[in-house]
Design a binder for this molecule. Structure first.
Ligand code: FAD
Length: 420
């Protein structure tokens, strides 16, 4: 690596969020460095699906379309879903959300995280103002209000006026800048399994709430699916220790009949779950995006969707500051980003917590109320539509605009919406 390089902006972490930010800053006069320790492995169409997949909502799809990365996802592998079903007790309080209700052709797409990252990298390396350093490891970060220095493992140094933390939940950048977090672990873990199903490709996702925790089905391309089973750590360890055959039998016994037969369990792994929120998203010379700023319960698959909105809003904030000849690292500029994102992320995190806790209550009155609530949600069309639009990242009312701190970023709007 060349020695002592100077940039306007250094993005640490080129996962889905950091790489999106880099692409969104393409063709500006900002000199952008992106530091990533691991290169994603190449994609082959006959490979088994990865275990890490995300449900990307409509706002995320639009961001990828607007930064030129959606084609790279479509040319690899993805599965659209058009309906979403939530229920607790069969036949009661059963709610189905359908994209037709909100005049959209899909509710979202399930895509492997690596496929998203590869599509973004393909675009990122075409951006003349972006320099990718990978594999590159940081030994130390010297955060400074007038610019920061990254000390790399190979002895080189990279300096930048603005440092962006896109380095995930354990962000070294966030810690170096002395930004604290409010954090706690959920008692349950997520056991994710990738299976081959007897049914052909589905266009529905579903979530069933059972006493031990929710069960979720995410369709993948072909006869494949990702199953998520939230459960206690001891039970997760037991399930992980079973043979594939015995594990398939357990899945078949607990998952709803809608799943059908499981032909094969291909892989499985568990993930601990944490809620974490940075006390600040910005300081003079530093900004946090994605999981470096917030970690949320994956129950409704919103983590990366809100991270991508962070990237879109930060990019728009910096591009505006650059056009107006303001200092992009100045706290007054960065505060505009924070005020647009913090409230929205907090609303999303609190909604997920509420959902997680309400559905774990076993008392009969709470159960009855829950089912009444789901049943009402099915019948109360306006409430149902509002919930769907919120989850899909669509801004259609004054309320959405308030929660989103003045509305969706242009990058998350369709081209026609953006010019309106
Ligand atoms: C079980 C589970 C299911 C989920 N399902 C969904 C879903 O359906 N939908 C959804 O929206 N979200 C989902 N999420 C959340 C989602 O996966 C995360 O929000 C998302 O991956 C965060 O992206 P990120 O780019 O901010 O961080 P990360 O994905 O953590 O990326 C950080 C990057 O920084 C790099 N890095 C870290 N430290 C350094 C360093 N010091 N130097 C250089 N590089 C560094 C890492 O290598 C990595 O590439 C789920 C999470 C879990 C646990």
């Amino acid at each position: 690596m060349e020695k002592d390089l100077a940039f306007d902006l250094i993005i640490v972490g080129a996962g889905m969020v950091g790489a999106t930010l880099a692409c969104a800053l393409a063709e500006s006069s900002l000199r952008v460095a992106v530091i990533e320790s691991e290169r994603p492995t190449d994609f082959k169409s006959d490979q088994a699906h990865d275990l890490r997949v995300s449900a990307l909502n409509i706002a995320s799809q639009r961001i990828f379309q607007n930064i030129g990365a959606w084609g790279g996802i479509k040319s690899r592998r993805y599965c659209p879903y058009r309906r979403m079903r939530v229920w607790e007790i069969e036949g009661q309080g059963d709610t189905t959300f359908d994209c037709k209700d909100i005049n959209e052709s899909v509710l979202g797409h399930i895509v492997e995280n690596r496929v998203v990252q590869l599509a973004l990298w393909e675009r990122m390396v075409q951006c003349p103002n972006v320099t990718l350093f990978c594999p590159a490891s940081i030994k130390d970060v010297d955060y400074g209000t007038d610019g920061s220095v990254l000390f790399m493992d190979d002895g080189s140094q990279i300096t930048g006026r603005l440092l962006v933390a896109a380095d995930g939940g354990n962000s070294l950048v966030r810690q170096s800048a002395g930004i604290g977090v409010q954090s706690w672990g959920y008692e349950q873990q997520a056991l994710v399994s990738y299976v081959e199903t007897a049914y052909p490709q589905q266009d529905i996702t579903w979530q069933k709430f059972v006493p031990d925790g929710p069960l979720a089905f995410l369709p993948l391309s072909g006869n494949h699916a990702s199953l998520v089973w939230y459960n206690w750590p001891e039970e997760v360890s037991r399930l992980k220790g079973l043979s594939d055959q015995a594990f398939a039998a357990e899945l078949y016994s607990i998952f709803p009949r809608d799943l059908g037969e499981i032909n094969q369990v291909i892989s499985r792994a568990s993930f601990p779950l944490k809620r974490q929120h940075a006390l600040q998203y910005v300081k003079q010379g530093v900004a946090l995006v994605g999981d470096a700023a917030h970690m949320i319960h994956p129950l409704a698959g919103q983590g990366v969707n809100i991270g991508l909105l962070d990237a879109a809003v930060l990019a728009e904030t910096l591009l505006l500051a650059e056009r107006e000849h303001q200092n992009i690292a100045d706290i007054s500029v960065l505060k505009n980003y924070e005020s647009k994102r913090r409230k929205h992320n907090l609303t999303m995190m609190t909604s997920m917590d509420l959902l997680y806790r309400v559905f774990r209550q076993e008392q009969l009155p709470v159960k009855l109320l829950r089912n009444l609530g789901l049943g009402l949600a099915q019948r109360l069309a306006p409430a149902k539509l509002k919930a769907m639009e919120f989850a899909m990242g669509l801004e259609r009312s004054r309320l959405d605009q308030l929660v989103l701190g003045g509305g969706l970023p242009q990058l998350a709007k369709s081209k026609t919406q953006a010019v309106r």
